[in-house]
Design a protein around this ligand. Sequence first.
Ligand code: PXP
Length: 241
Amino acid sequence: MPRLGVNIDHVATVRQARRTVEPDPVWAATLAQLGGADAITFHLREDRRHIQDRDARLLKETVQVKLNFECACIPAMLDFAIEVHPTDVLLVPESRQEITTEGGLNVVGKRDDIKIAIQRLHDAGISVSLFVDPDPHQIAASKLVGADSVELHTGAYALAATGNPRAKQLLVFRQACELVLQHELQLHAGHGLTYMNVRAIALTPRLAELNIGHTIVSRALMVGMTQAVREMKALVTTTAE
Ligand code: PXP
């Protein structure tokens, strides 16, 4: 059974829409743990569009389960990750134009930089996961540079139309999983998974961790809306004493 890593970035996205203090992703992380999250994952982007440095520090102080710090492989971010000292650092590619992480890391092309980054993180006692496409070359390169885990990008599977196209992507994903395991890397997966498409991925043998964000935050808004309105309605309709 995989661990469920809950990515709380988009709680911060709603907060940053108003640059205010609510909703607090740190509070959401506590609620996620009460719901059974086995890990809390956050992505500190260079442009700080959602998670802020303060969130990372407070998450480190308050999260009681595994903490995954997702970031780009750049020295300033690695310095901060080492200061925060999460359980895992998850290295991802980052571009300012993208709405979300679009593809996996080019480990083959950036082998030297990634190897140095992993060594730094290992020296600090932090495990390293690399976010890669289900591509045999990227998986083999991840082993060579010394990664502990590989998080396979499930975006192509999630975006494929149901039926044959999705079955084809599931096969590509499953073959990549076998390769990850043959290289004796821990197998993680995530991106684009929803309540509708997660089951086939979750049933993958020896999958250690799934990281899921947007769909959980979306669902939380929907299942919490009735209660939130009920509370506001009581405040605005209660007559003065
Ligand atoms: N894994 C990685 C590396 C990601 O960048 C993201 C998105 O922040 C996720 C998993 C979670 O993706 P989603 O929000 O689509 O569930």
